[in-house]
Design a binder for this molecule. Structure first.
Ligand SMILES: Nc1ncnc2c1ncn2[C@@H]1O[C@H](COP(=O)(O)OP(=O)(O)OP(=O)(O)O)[C@@H](O)[C@H]1O
Length: 638
């Protein structure tokens, strides 16, 4: 940071001489950012005394368009600029708002100073990018993305040396630099507090913009002191329905120890000691009181909650009435799974893209199909595309279609493409995290424009489908690593639902019954209780897919008349995995033994209990007599 007074003139002159001579001037007490800016000005080919190249000033109609593009920034800035101007009136100064290219959008100033300012083009439509006008508060604040004061001869161009300027950036809820607020005046009217004033006013504009941009989200207003909530120093965080941070002002990022890049990729519970559900419950209990949260280092942070409570969360935890849709048909009672289904129901038919995450085999595609079946477009097609399985060379043609003869091997009559096949229904992009980067760019454009142009030409065609994507990858992580486009991530992630892994579910027994009913509809077998207990404690790395497959195989091993799946029916690989897997149920004594030996021990015990009667022992075990004999024969002592 610079000292609170400008660099003494002789030092400044000496440093400039060295700069222009190409010498090192780091020995002089020059602010680092000023030094960087001078070097950038020099590198842009500017000369302190030379004539200006024709600057990129806007024509009246271009300015009109730029004002239109920036109307929200302008709307929120105007009242604050007026207030600011009241503070500096009669001090030979002006208040300036520039857009993120350095083009001046709006100015308010003392009449005498405005005349002088116009002579150096400090007026609406003029561009004050550093590359065109050298070091100046607006251009340098843009280049540095930080507040800065540029006084007198610190300006790179000598013609601007009569100015003293202080400028601060205005940043959006997603970290985008929107523009610059500046106070410029006659150098003789410099005041040491001007930069602080501009910084504060820029934060006020930013807070209004962030709150407005996130008005449809739940918002937390934060401060380490409850009295700080509602002041310009408050942090603002916007949350998605499932508790991820989707927007924040810079105060909030600082309070939560986050960077701009974390927006969209961080659940709230990673930054404070509460989940959204807890916060909602606390706010419901004591609506008037600020919530007390803690950061990971234990320091408190107070919060006020604003915005509509997501309806899915409002009912979560309550005894939700039984639903009779396709999602309900998959519901076997796990609370996390049910909450995900409830949230999905809230958005079906609302043009909000759904992103389903979860480990491989947790049932993401089944969930997506059920969401489609539960939606108003259920009579339309459900088009599933596995982005990982399509060869890169074919993806474009397959997704976007082509006109006849567009490339060698193309069908004569052309192909409308999978995206158009989904028209009026649901497009399901499975394994979206595996899509090659080049395709991500193309897909993003199509999703943004909602139009597709077939390869080889033809007219763009409008697309109407609900979008559901799925991945087992960590997409925010992939975005950070540059493997997945973050703009595509935000586009497909209207609502993210994470499906629980099988080991995290609480409905193992009900799920097994359901799968057995589906797999063996004529006479669904049961599972021996000890085995069921052991299976429930297993980690199931392949999740429901692995469980369904194991039950299918085990069921096929049943002899005619057998109705209960037991150890002896399990596929060998699962038996082996169960033997190697760490025990999770120490209360089950049989688990401490080798499972094959355990199976034999159960047979011997049943035989003992039935005085060697093989039929009775087999009946008790739920296996056939043949299986019992086979097991005894296979045993090492057999
Ligand atoms: N709710 C369910 N009821 C019955 N079987 C299910 C259920 N969910 C998943 N399965 C079984 O698990 C298998 C895998 O499901 P699905 O393909 O939907 O998982 P996925 O998460 O999309 O997997 P991947 O990440 O590998 O694409 C299904 O073929 C089915 O056998």
């Amino acid at each position: 940071m610079r000292a609170n007074s400008p660099v003494p003139a002789p030092l400044l002159r000496q440093a400039r001489r060295k700069l222009l001579a190409g010498d090192d001037f780091s020995d002089a007490t020059i602010d680092e950012r000023l030094a960087r800016s001078w070097r950038r000005s020099l590198a842009a080919g500017l000369s302190p005394t030379g004539r200006l190249a024709v600057p990129d000033n806007l024509t009246a109609s271009e300015l009109g368009r730029a004002l239109g593009r920036n109307h929200e920034l302008l709307n929120h800035s105007r009242p604050i600029m007026e207030y600011l101007f009241e503070q500096v009136r009669h001090s030979h100064s002006m208040v300036v708002l520039a857009d993120n290219r350095g083009v001046l959008m709006h100015t308010l100033g003392d009449a005498d100073f405005l005349g002088k300012a116009e002579r150096v083009a400090l007026m609406s439509g003029a561009c004050w990018d550093e590359r065109q006008r050298g070091t100046n508060a607006i251009g340098t604040a843009l280049a540095e993305a930080a507040g800065i004061e540029i006084h007198g001869d610190e300006h790179f161009l000598e013609r601007n040396g009569f100015l003293t300027c202080a400028a601060a950036p205005i940043v959006s809820a997603t970290g985008e630099l929107l523009g610059i607020l500046d106070i410029s005046g006659d150098r003789r009217s410099r005041h040491p507090h001007t930069l602080g004033l501009v910084n504060t006013a820029a934060r006020m504009i930013e807070n209004r913009l962030v709150a407005d941009a996130c008005r449809r989200h739940l918002r937390l207003y934060l401060h380490p002191d409850p009295a700080g909530i509602g002041t310009v120093a408050e942090g603002i965080v916007a949350l998605s329905e499932d508790g991820w941070i989707v927007g924040a002002n810079r105060n909030a990022l600082r309070m939560l120890g986050l960077a701009t890049a974390d927006i969209g990729g961080t659940p709230l519970f990673r930054t404070v000691d509460a989940r959204l559900e807890d916060i909602l419950a606390q706010a419901r209990r004591r609506p008037q009181q600020p919530l007390r949260l803690h950061r990971p280092d234990g320091t408190p942070l107070y919060a006020r909650l604003d915005g509509h409570e997501p309806r899915a969360l409002a009912v979560a935890g309550s005894a939700a009435p039984a639903r009779s849709d396709a999602l309900a048909a998959l519901d076997t009672g796990d609370a996390r799974w049910r909450a995900a289904a409830d949230r999905a129901r809230r958005i079906v038919g609302k043009d909000i893209p759904l992103l389903i995450t979860g480990e491989s085999g947790v049932g993401k595609e089944m969930f997506a199909r059920a969401a489609h079946q539960s939606s108003p477009q259920r009579d339309g097609p459900f088009v599933a595309i596995n982005c990982a399985a399509l060869p890169e060379s074919l993806i474009e043609a397959e997704l976007f279609g082509y006109v006849g003869g567009a490339f060698t091997g193309a069908r004569k009559e052309g192909y409308i493409g999978r995206l158009r096949e989904a028209d009026g229904g649901t497009l399901f992009l499975d394994e979206i995290g595996d899509m090659p980067l080049a395709m991500q760019t193309r897909l993003l454009r199509v999703l943004q424009e909602r139009q597709v142009t077939p390869l080889g030409g033809g007219q763009p065609v409008d697309l109407r489908f609900a979008l559901i994507c799925a991945t087992h990858r960590d997409l925010p992580g992939a975005c950070a690593a540059g493997a997945f486009r973050s703009d595509l991530y935000y586009r497909i992630n209207g609502l993210t639902l994470q499906l629980p892994a099988l080991r995290q579910r609480s409905d193992f027994a009900a799920l097994c019954d359901k799968l057995l009913d589906q797999l063996f509809p004529d006479s669904p077998p049961s599972i021996a209780p000890a085995l069921q207990q052991r299976l429930a404690a297993y980690a199931w790395p392949g999740n429901l897919r692995q469980l369904a497959s194991a039950l299918r195989t085990a069921g096929a091993m049943l002899d005619p008349g057998e109705t209960r799946i037991d150890w002896c029916h399990l596929p060998d690989d699962l038996l082996e995995a169960l033997q190697q897997a760490p025990e999770k149920t120490p209360e089950n004594p049989v688990d401490r033994k080798n499972l094959a030996a355990m199976s034999l021990a159960a047979i011997h015990q049943a035989l003992a209990e039935h005085a060697g009667n093989h039929s009775a022992a087999a009946r008790q075990l739920g296996i056939s007599r043949q299986t019992l004999y086979r097991k005894l024969k296979e045993s090492p002592t057999g």
